[in-house]
Write a protein that binds this ligand. Structure first.
Ligand SMILES: CC(C)(COP(=O)(O)OP(=O)(O)OC[C@H]1O[C@@H](n2cnc3c(N)ncnc32)[C@H](O)[C@@H]1OP(=O)(O)O)[C@@H](O)C(=O)NCCC(=O)NCCS
Length: 209
């Protein structure tokens, strides 16, 4: 008998199943080590409630014979800052090891395509780690071509690197800006009555850089 597949929006009661899926995803072969650590069931319950009220995002779960074995997060965003068109992006697509090749992955992508059509989004995208060969083959067979590489880091890491590479220039720029502002403030102050009324133009912002 064929397995029964159902795709629906995640509910608060799915928290434990979602935690288990996330843990598997974070420790699985195809996923990069930069995935956020596994959240608690309580945190997931709160997050699920938030998604249920969000018109621009949906957290889906896929059931196989009545048990949750898959998840995907759909996000509806403008395709670019300069266009009106919207796109639906599939993120965190994951089917548990034991439930693969039963149609859950395709059922989740089919729901994403149905939502995109319903919301008049002409485009569909999916985020997959470059190293996940199985997932990339799966998405390519469904017509999704590679469009870019997503890079990820902690904000403080990028700040630290920027500071290490550009610190002398940034400091020089900040100090020249500070002196230009101080000169302008001095020139703007009213002169004492007995002072000779000679004013010099303010130095340009780039002076001293
Ligand atoms: C990629 C992934 C989502 C696919 O999920 P899945 O549930 O196995 O996908 P499906 O079962 O719908 O399709 C997989 C293949 O099994 C086949 N299949 C589906 N039902 C089947 C069945 N009853 N019997 C045999 N084969 C079947 C499909 O035809 C498909 O073959 P194709 O790729 O040659 O077309 C899943 O393998 C996964 O989670 N991988 C790891 C996670 C990952 O890397 N995610 C990154 C984000 S994309």
């Amino acid at each position: 008998m064929a397995s029964a597949i159902e795709v629906r929006d995640a509910q608060r009661g799915d928290a434990d199943a979602l935690v288990a899926l996330w843990r598997e995803m974070a420790t699985g072969d195809g996923h990069p080590p930069r995935l956020p650590s596994t959240p608690s069931a309580a945190a997931v319950e709160v997050a699920v409630g938030k998604h249920l009220d969000d018109p621009f995002g949906r957290l889906l779960v896929g059931e196989l014979d009545g048990a949750v074995h898959a998840m995907a997060y759909l996000r509806r965003t403008a395709i670019s800052p300069l266009h009106d068109d919207f796109t639906v992006t599939v993120e965190y697509l994951h089917v548990s090891d034991e439930a693969r090749r039963h149609g859950l992955g395709k059922a989740l992508i089919a729901e994403a395509a149905a939502w995109a059509e319903h919301e008049n989004c002409a485009h569909l995208a999916a985020v997959a780690p470059a190293i996940a060969r199985e997932a990339n083959r799966f998405l390519a067979r469904l017509g999704l071509g590679q469009a870019g590489v997503l890079r990820f880091a902690a904000t403080h890491t990028v700040r630290r690197r920027l500071a290490a590479e550009h610190a002398p220039n940034l400091l020089a720029l900040l100090s020249s800006r500070r002196s230009a502002i101080a000169r302008r403030a001095q020139l703007a102050r009213p002169l004492p009555a007995d002072a000779t009324d000679v004013r010099y133009p303010a130095a340009p912002g780039s002076a001293g850089t």
